[in-house]
Write a protein that binds this ligand. Sequence first.
Ligand code: ZN
Length: 222
Amino acid sequence: MRIIVSLLLVFAVLCALLVLEVRHGTLASIVNLFDDRSLPYREPGPSQPDDGPACLKRLDAMDGIEIRALDPFVNNQGCGTRYPVLLQSVDGIDIEGKGLTLSCPAAERFARWIKKDVIDLVAKYDKGPVSRLSHMGSYNCRKIGGSSLWSQHAFANAVDFEGLVFEDGSAITIKQHWDTEPILEDLARSACDDFNVVLSPNYNDAHRDHLHFDLGPLRVCR
Ligand SMILES: [Zn+2]
């Protein structure tokens, strides 16, 4: 009887070890998937999504931006943000339509990217002055396509960049010029300094017409 109990105990321990190994293996592959560093990896800067009040002060002090503070909103599904702002223009570049509703940290990163990288790269590629930035939206209470996980769009923590319109009326867009205008890939790569996740047409077909930027917990840059 004692032998049978001992054998059962050994069997139980072996089963537990097997389950741990399987789980560890699964976790390791998920971590690898989400730790994609195919473009240069850089640690995110000091602004994090939960530093709302300090972020509002920094945004208020930033030169050259037009913003409007919005009332906090969170719906019964948990979508929304406690520190929303409407970003309307940055250094004379209008944000298409009424602007973008973003969490303060996302607005700060996006404004910083425009000021630093969009303007520099436009000059480097000898494009004319930019008059407008086109986009496919920011806040949207939805889950990631084909997944049960909430999209960062649900927390106004993500923006979909579509292209640039120049003062002479010409435009470059991700959809039409990704393969012919190298500035677009440079713009995507540069945004990896400011956002934790940057997804381009290189990532998958769902991003063939825009760059997705977000401040979620993952680190993907491709
Ligand atoms: Zn997106």
